[in-house]
Every structure is written in C-alpha cells, then in structure tokens.
Design a binder for this molecule. Structure first.
Ligand SMILES: Nc1ncnc2c1ncn2[C@@H]1O[C@H](COP(=O)(O)OP(=O)(O)OP(=O)(O)O)[C@@H](O)[C@H]1O
Ligand code: SF4
Ligand SMILES: [Mg+2]
Length: 337
C-alpha cells in the first residue's frame, strides 16, 4: 500500500562531471517525490542519467570529477547534499540501501555470506553476534535461500547467479532500510530468475512497506512492479505519471517512442518501431527540447526554448511544447506556408 507520506524529495538536482573533454551535464534539473511503500521506476535510454540520479541519492557521486551543481535531496526532511561523509555513512546501507546490476562485484569473494550479511548489523546497529546470525538466517529465508544455517558459512562463488542476487538483496534489506534503490537488478539474470527476483521484490514490499526506486531498461519489468514511472531523457525527467497514465495515455513523443519500440504480448504481428537517431551529447546539451532532432512533431520553438512542465493530473507531468494550448491550435488547423 502506498501512503501519502513522502520519504524522498528530489528538487532541481543537477549533477555534472568535469572531464578533459569538458563538462558532462549528466543530470539537468531533476524533480520527483517518492512516497512510503511506493515503487517508482526510472526508465530511459543508456546515458540519460538514471544511475547518476540514483548514485547522487546514495551519496556515491565521486567528487571530483563529479559535482552536485544545484538542488536538494531531502530524505525524511534531511538534505542529503548537505551531510558530511560521516553523516552519510550512517544513512548508507542502513536507511537507504542500494542493489547494483552485477551481484558478483557487489559481494566480497573473500568473506563468507554470513560475514557479509551481519557486517552492517554489527557496525551500524550494534547488534551482538548471536542475534545478528539469527537475523541473517531469517533474511536468507525471506529471500528464498534453502538451508540458511549451512549457507551462511559459504563463499559467494559457491552460489548460482540468481542466488547471489538474492543474497545481495538480503544484504541490502537486513538493516531494515526505508528506501531501496535497485539499479538494473535483474539485467544480468536469465528470464526465469528475473521473474523470481521481481516476485521477491513484491513480497518484500508487502511485508516491509519500503519505498523502492527501480532503474531499468525493461518496460516489462516496469509493467509488473512499478506504481509510478519517470521517463528520463538527456538528464531530465521528460514525463512522469502513474503506471496506467504512462502505459495508456503517454503524452511525450519520447515516451511513445519507447513504448512503440518494445513488443506487446496482446498485439499480434505488430510492427516495432525503434526510435531513430541518438540522444544529444551532454557535453553541450541543446538549449531547447533535447528530443528535437528525433521528434516527428518538433516545432521551431522546440529548438530554442525548453518546454514548461505541464501538470495533466495529480501524478502526471510532461515537458513538451505540444501541451501548450497555442501549439494545439496550430497543430489542429491547416498550416499556411
Ligand atoms: N564518472 C563519470 N565521469 C564522466 N562522465 C560520467 C561519469 N559517470 C557518468 N557520466 C556520464 O553521465 C551521463 C549519465 O550517465 P548514467 O550512468 O547516469 O546513465 P544511465 O542512464 O544510467 O545509462 P545506462 O542505462 O547505460 O546505465 C552519461 O553521459 C555518462 O557518460
Ligand atoms: S517539445 Fe517539441 S521536440 Fe520536444 S518532444 Fe515536444 S514536440 Fe517534440
Ligand atoms: Mg546506469
């Protein structure tokens, strides 16, 4: 159940990287809220700023070369961009946890699963050895690992890929975080295991009422477990809304393009249409709408001025000039000249 309590508020987040080639404007003014018990999916093509956004929330932007140029990330009212490294460390992995794409690199090959599971509990929560072990066993049961007592003594290489990802999830959840960020958590897994991991997410959310930010390329995954969807393009959220709004009444041409480029089970013999072209270079992003060069509906204004954000419902927002009343007048009448 999603409540109306805001766990996270991201306001005008801007993150850049200073490189030899110049400044990469990776995230360019991102705004969204996250509610308790909610799953927000962030989707968009490679390089659009999904991971940089989530790493900024987790306090994982390497500075330098990264720089948070502007904005606030409020977690339960506390601005994470203003905290010292020590203050952040108390929140990371405890109140906010993150799951990365590759379970093997997330685990330490030299430590047992038990040691890795209990480390956070013992250092952050000051929980004794026996109690920590008991919690680790409960956690392994929750994520569906059989014989948890035996398994605690084993090392990562003794587990299959799917099991390792379950263990990564167990580690992320053992300190009872309020916010879980999952960056492509199922991409490295085969389809059957992917489905099992998604079911696990749903079950954990039912039991623990956590909020989840799920980053994925896979709209099938989104359709299954997201409550809301944010569509990112060239460092901006260009459309955000409830799952139904994004899937059934998408307004941004880019969102429509994304939806048209994935197969649908309910349509036979449909023609898939990949979005032609590539996203703009973020070394010098365009002043206007970044989708202009690829958009079938682009108007003169799109090239020069970034569109206002239009609120279409309580949850649905879109940045596109087509939403402007004046654009609609021109679009619906025959153009002259
Ligand atoms: N450490 C870094 N130094 C320089 N540029 C970076 C760095 N990290 C990210 N970027 C740039 O920031 C932009 C956004 O990257 P990000 O990793 O957030 O993309 P993404 O949406 O997660 O893509 P993917 O789907 O491929 O994971 C890209 O242009 C990327 O090259
Ligand atoms: S603002 Fe213009 S270019 Fe951008 S998506 Fe809308 S119509 Fe297309
Ligand atoms: Mg990424």
């Amino acid at each position: 159940m999603v409540s109306d309590e805001k766990v996270l508020q991201v306001n005008n987040l801007q993150v850049s990287f200073r490189t030899y080639g110049g400044e990469v404007e990776a995230v360019r003014g991102v705004n969204f809220d996250l509610y308790k018990g909610e799953t927000l999916a962030i989707v968009g093509e490679s390089g659009c700023g999904k991971s940089v956004t989530s790493n900024a929330i987790m306090g994982l932007i390497p500075q330098p070369p990264g720089i948070i140029k502007n904005g606030h990330i409020l977690f339960k009212g506390k601005d994470l961009t203003k905290l010292t490294k020590g203050e952040l460390r108390k929140i990371q992995g405890v109140d906010i946890s993150m799951i990365f794409q590759d379970p093997m690199t997330a685990l330490n090959p030299t430590l047992t699963i038990g040691e890795q599971l209990t480390e956070g509990l013992r250092t952050h929560k000051k929980i004794g050895k026996q109690e920590a072990k008991k919690r680790a066993i409960d956690m392994l049961k929750l994520v569906g690992i059989p014989n948890p007592e035996e398994r605690l003594k084993q090392f990562p290489h003794q587990f299959s890929g799917g099991m390792r990802q379950r263990i990564v999830i167990a580690i992320a959840l053992i300190c009872d975080p309020e916010l879980l960020i999952a960056d492509e958590p199922t991409t490295a897994l085969d389809v059957t295991i992917q489905a099992q991991i998604l079911e696990l997410f749903e079950e954990i959310q039912r039991k623990k009422k956590i909020s989840i930010i799920l980053i994925t390329h896979d709209l099938g995954v989104v359709a299954k477990i997201a409550d809301r969807i944010a569509v990112m393009y060239a460092g901006k959220i260009v459309e955000i809304g409830n799952k139904r709004e994004i899937f059934y009444t998408p307004e941004h041409p880019y969102t429509r393009g994304l939806l048209n480029s994935v197969p649908r089970l309910d349509l036979e013999d449909e023609e898939l249409q990949p979005i032609e072209g590539t996203p703009p270079d973020l070394f010098s992003p365009p002043k206007g709408c970044p989708f202009t060069a690829r958009c079938d509906y682009a108007m003169e204004v799109c090239d020069h001025v970034y569109p206002f954000t239009n609120k279409l419902s309580e949850a649905h927002r879109v940045d596109c000039w087509l939403q402007d009343e004046r654009a609609k007048v021109i679009k619906n009448s025959d153009r002259v000249g």
